[in-house]
Design a protein around this ligand. Structure first.
Ligand code: ASC
Length: 150
């Protein structure tokens, strides 16, 4: 192997590892803000569709709820990487950065709660969906109370 091949291989490995640890990279703070707000918008849209079913405003369709819960669960891991230092602003309160341990803990609780909601939704038991939905919604509210601008 020639030296420049070794250097190329090393560079490729470093790039791959960096991408694995935080795959969304942002050129400007506004890009991070747009990214996290976009994720929350799509996540909230699917969560809201489940909310309508849970509240009895829309009929229960197992496949629809299962799809929406899967979207919420998949997206739940994405916003947090877009709250890096230097990306203050948007609807985020300064406490996201000054109390980052609490923010992280809230984010983890939300991800566990929506994973449970997804499990319930895939199994198709509406009573379990309602319970898991309530718990998941509480994690949204708790975090918004402390970390989201009104
Ligand atoms: C929603 C939504 C939230 C949560 C929260 C639950 O549908 O947009 O922020 O549920 O209101 O208490």
């Amino acid at each position: 192997m020639k030296l420049h091949h070794i250097l190329l291989a090393t560079t490729a490995t470093v790039v791959a590892l960096s991408a694995g640890s935080a795959f969304a990279q942002f050129q400007k703070p506004e890009d991070a803000i747009k990214y996290r707000q976009s994720v929350f918008t799509v996540l909230g849209n699917s969560f809201g569709k489940i909310a309508a079913v849970v509240k009895g405003e829309a009929p229960y369709n197992k496949d629809e709820v299962a799809k929406n819960a899967a979207v919420v669960a998949t997206l739940s891991s994405l916003p947090w990487q877009a709250f890096g230092s230097g990306t203050e602003g948007g609807k985020a309160q300064p406490e996201v950065w000054s109390d980052s341990a609490k923010f992280k803990s809230n984010a983890e609780k939300m991800q566990l709660a929506v994973a449970s909601l997804n499990t319930a939704a895939q199994s198709g038991d509406l009573d379990n969906i309602k319970k898991a939905f309530g718990a998941a919604g509480q994690t949204c509210k708790t975090c918004h109370d402390d970390f989201k601008k009104k």
